[in-house]
Design a protein around this ligand. Sequence first.
Ligand SMILES: [Zn+2]
Ligand SMILES: [Zn+2]
Length: 335
Amino acid sequence: MKSILYTGAKQVEFGEKAEPEIGPGEVLIKVAYAGVCGSDMIIYQGIHPRAKAPLVMGHEFSGTIVKGHGSLPPGTPVTVYPLLSCGHCQPCRNGYAHVCDTLRLIGIDCDGGMAEYVKVPEDKIVPIPEGFSLKLGAFIEPVAVGVHAVSRSRYRPGDTAVVYGAGPIGLCVAGCLACFGAARVIVIEANPHRLEVARQMGFATIDAARDDLRAKVRAYTRGRNADLAFDCAAHPSVQASILDILRVQGTGIVVGSYKRPAEVDLIQIEFKELTLVGIRVYEWRDFETAVAILQSGRVDFERLLSVAAPEDAPRQFGELLSGDTDAIKLLFQLG
Ligand SMILES: [Zn+2]
Ligand SMILES: [Zn+2]
């Protein structure tokens, strides 16, 4: 089968690989689209703590069932809940399997969706509703991250929220907030193209490269500051303003993954009675909500998707790393 293979630091190859053979409890999927995630870029750079070459990356994908499912017939359109939890550690036993002590992912710890075929455990299959496009099907996972972030944020209808970063996750968080009835969503971004996309999606925007961020948030909120601030940039510059732009008893939510510890001003947390919340991936119900949000069509998430041929993977990964691309979420079309 055709596959995109990570073979070592800054190396991906497009080529032939043996088709996976399924065992008991496994389902074979013919892949339609597979998205490139920030964590795939960490793997590509050769600095992911767990991923080992050779590896077929891809944990955000859609496709159709080929064989192996007990109740869903061949041809059923599906996506996959990619988390592999141990089932017996303390978090798993207490309902927090998504923060399992030894959490693994399809496409990071074993072969994933950037190939013609992928095998997955049967209990990870998420059927896609009738009439739902397979292209959007590959975007259910990032939207589920947005759903999970808003769910854990103490968000209340009518809140005003600031979102740092207009990458796929920032725009998913912003889109979910809009669907859930936020009064105003303010997106902060330095990249002009991404800023323009955020504006066209109906969000208020702040240009991180030019604007006085604090003054703009105050202007947008008539001096009240934000109820919530989502850090989807995980950039060291965020820490300089995130606590300033929150109102008294506001909440900051850390969605992005920091690579090294950031400084936090605990005095402000005390003085303004702020709350800081952390987010990791998603839970099952977030996938279900993400499907409903995408199905509603209330936010035009499709405009975030760019499609590339798998043969083009070596060049596409290079461009994603250098930032020399307008793609926000790049999908490889595998079928
Ligand atoms: Zn992802
Ligand atoms: Zn566990």
